[in-house]
Structure formats: structure tokens, C-alpha cells
Design a binder for this molecule. Structure first.
Ligand SMILES: Cc1ncc(COP(=O)(O)O)c(C=O)c1O
Length: 401
């Protein structure tokens, strides 16, 4: 970038990184344009189509001219359906003034941190984390504080360790279960242990990003902090959305539920940024959330099968913590990478390994370092089953060759 261009960019963007997952997708597209066939294990969405009843609801909204701005924080109709979903699935009661609808869960998180963080306020982010959390916190003038979680602990927070990360500046603890990138689900026992710590620190609020809530594959129950600790419900802000459960990433509907005053502040931000979520998408989301359970079962069965294909192709010395939800597997390649390959291709970081797999073996993955943990790759199993098999076999071979 030349100096003039640099000067036009604000200082606050100096510390903001482009999403690592999107950067890799761009590189993959370049290679495809050059005529290479790339196996992509980077997808952040399911490959099933948006269900027909949901598409029809969107079409009907257009035909009936439901094509104008809505209430900034979402229509009452959609908020009612969301409140019913919370009661039906999570046993949580919310009034509609405790709910906001935004353009994706990402905008909910953006509004939330914008509305609540002052300069220097801290947000504890367990590592590995979804790529956008630290960047959104920084954009909102906050300070991400990284709390590393080990594979031995199933990539879950150790409650005792958490306590030593809480300061008088801590505003939020961010929990994401099922987790992107590990697929891990917080156990009820661990959430209870974390709740015990939080009861002692009343100034700390909890964001629960439940976007992958319905995509689970074993018998493990998915709970969030508000469900486990009703006495903390007023301090918990739940984030969810239509993107992953109903294959609706492009419709851009996310929602949040929590403290009424916070919701009001977030809605004000939304009035001054995107005005409202799309009216058409909101009608489609009403149909998805009210009548989409059958589709969720289809989505889960499809992903469960693909998860088993992926796991069967990844044998020791490759290793991973069994993913129980979402559609990602977080692969530890360190033992499997031969010294020969490492030295020949100078593979020092997970970025190097991911780049090597893409350029030399035409398999696209995402470097663990994008999620705050080197030595790993995130593999998505939401794509085609045969491609998943071929991609994983190529990875295993490429690292030991
Ligand atoms: C953990 C997590 N939270 C939130 C989001 C954002 O989802 P949305 O499409 O609703 O903005 C994603 C998307 O990949 C995610 O992985």
C-alpha cells in the first residue's frame, strides 16, 4: 500500500486482522482459477440447501410486499418465535424486549461489545477461539484476554485457572459450545464449576455463543450458562442464529437475548448502522425456527456420517479430541509431521503447514494459529463425503512422505 492509501485508513484498524478463514478461501479460489482441482476442508457452512418451506416463506414475503424496513431490532413476530424456541428448547423465559434480531450472529456480537465495552475493558476469550472474537472486541475498544485451554481438558476452561484471569477490568467471559474450531461441548459439571467462580465475581458477565447448539452428534447434552445457573441468567447474554442450524448463512439472521437495557442500547446501535435485518429473511427465519426441527435432524444425520468418515481417515500419530458438535475437527499434526518434510519445506508454523498442503497437495485447511493455537489445523467435515476421505488421506500422506 502506498503512503497516501495508508493515511486514509484509521489507526484503529492497525490492530485488526482479516479473517484467516476468508484469506485461505481467497487463496483457494486463485488456485482453482488457475485450473487446479482443490479439495476444500475449510467450509464454515453446511452444504444442504435452505429447506423448501423456509424458501417459500421468503418468496411469499416478497410477493406480499413485505419488503420495507422493519422495527430496528427485529419484528415482534420473529421475536415471539425466538422467545418460544428459548422456552421449548432451553427452558429459558425471555420477553420480547429482551431479544434482538440482527444481520447474523456476528452483528449481534458486534452490537453487544459496542454497547457494553469502554476503552480497556477486558473480555476473557478461551483459546482456541473463533477467529472473529478478538477482532470484534478490539474494534469495540476492548481488550481480549486469552485463556488457553488444553487438549487434555477437552479444550474447556479450567475453572480454577479462570479465576486467576479475572481482573477488576473484566467485563465479559466468552463461552462457545459446541465450539468452533474444536467441536467440543462444555459438560454440565464444568459449567457448574465455572458458575461457582462467577458467583464470586459479580462484575463479570457471560456471553454464550450457542450458534452450533443444534448440531450435535453424540449423547452429550448441550447446556448454556443461563440454563445451568438460573441465578446468573441476568448476567448471561445468549447469542444464536439461523445460519448453521437451517443452512441459512446467506440470509443473515442472528439473534441475542439478555438484559433489557443492553438490548435497548444494542438496538440503538443497529438503528444507526444497518437499520434492521432484512424483512424477507425475517419472515423466512420465522418459518425456520417455528417449523425447522425436522430439517435439523436431516442436517445432523448428514454431518454425523461425514464426521465418521473424517475420523476413520485420521489415524495416529495424527490426533484430535473427538468433536461432538458443530462440523469441525481440530487436528494435531505435530507427531505426524516427519523431520524430513518439515526441514525440506521449512514448515515451522501451522500457517506453513496449511500453505504447504494447499500448494503442493491441493487440500485447503485452516491453520490452527488463526484460532490462537499453533500445531493444529481446522478441518471442516461439512462438504462432500468422498472429498473428505480423499482430503484426509492426502494430509496423512503428505506429512509423513
Ligand atoms: C462460533 C461462531 N459464532 C458466530 C458465527 C457467526 O454466524 P452468523 O453467520 O450468524 O453471523 C460463526 C460463523 O462462522 C461462528 O463460527
Amino acid at each position: 500500500m502506498n503512503k497516501n492509501n495508508q493515511e486514509i485508513i484509521s489507526r484503529k484498524l492497525q490492530f485488526i486482522n482479516e479473517s484467516g478463514t476468508l484469506a485461505m478461501a481467497k487463496k483457494t479460489q486463485e488456485l482453482i482459477k488457475q485450473g487446479h482441482e482443490i479439495i476444500s476442508l475449510t467450509l464454515g457452512e453446511t452444504v444442504l440447501y435452505t429447506p423448501d418451506n423456509v424458501k417459500k416463506a421468503g418468496i411469499k414475503a416478497i410477493e406480499q410486499n413485505f419488503t420495507y424496513y422493519t422495527n430496528s431490532g427485529g419484528t415482534d413476530e420473529l421475536k415471539q418465535v425466538i422467545a418460544q424456541k428459548f422456552y421449548r428448547k432451553n427452558n429459558l423465559k425471555y420477553n420480547i424486549d429482551q431479544i434482538i434480531v440482527s444481520n447474523g450472529a456476528k452483528q449481534v456480537l458486534f452490537n453487544l461489545f459496542f454497547a457494553s465495552l469502554d476503552v480497556g475493558d477486558e473480555v476473557i476469550i478461551p483459546t482456541p477461539y473463533w477467529v472473529s472474537y478478538p477482532e470484534i472486541v478490539k474494534l469495540a475498544s476492548g481488550k481480549p484476554v486469552f485463556l488457553d485451554c488444553s487438549a487434555q481438558d477437552g479444550f474447556q476452561i479450567n475453572a480454577q485457572k479462570l479465576e486467576s484471569f479475572i481482573s477488576d477490568k473484566t467485563k465479559w467471559l466468552l463461552l462457545n459450545s459446541p465450539n468452533n474450531p474444536t467441536g467440543c461441548i462444555y459438560t454440565k459439571e464444568n459449567l457448574e464449576a465455572i458458575a461457582q467462580v462467577l458467583r464470586k465475581h459479580k462484575h463479570v458477565h457471560i456471553v454464550s455463543d450457542d450458534i452450533y447448539e443444534s448440531l450435535t452428534f453424540d449423547d452429550q447434552l448441550v447446556c448454556n450458562m443461563a440454563m445451568i445457573a438460573p441465578d446468573l441468567q441476568d448476567r448471561v447474554f445468549v447469542v444464536n442464529g439461523a445460519s448453521k442450524s437451517y443452512s441459512m448463512t446467506g440470509w443473515r439472521i442472528g439473534y441475542g437475548a439478555g438484559n433489557k437495557e443492553l438490548i435497548k442500547a444494542m438496538s440503538i446501535i443497529q438503528t444507526q448502522t444497518t437499520s434492521s435485518p432484512s424483512s424477507i429473511s425475517q419472515k423466512a427465519a420465522v418459518e425456520a425456527i417455528a417449523n425447522g426441527d425436522h430439517f435439523i435432524e436431516i442436517n445432523r444425520a448428514d454431518l454425523r456420517l461425514k464426521r465418521s468418515i473424517m475420523m476413520s481417515c485420521l489415524q495416529p500419530p495424527l490426533s484430535y479430541v473427538r468433536p461432538q458438535g458443530a462440523f469441525y475437527l481440530f487436528l494435531n499434526y505435530q507427531e505426524a509431521l516427519s523431520d524430513d518434510i518439515k526441514n525440506t519445506y521449512q514448515l515451522h508454523t501451522s500457517y506453513d503447514v496449511s500453505q504447504f498442503l494447499l500448494e503442493k497437495h491441493h487440500v485447503a485447511t485452516v491453520a490452527g494459529a488463526c484460532f490462537g493455537l499453533d500445531g493444529y489445523l481446522r478441518l471442516s467435515y461439512s462438504g462432500d463425503g468422498d472429498k473428505i476421505r480423499q482430503g484426509c488421506e492426502k494430509i496423512a500422506m503428505a506429512l509423513r512422505q
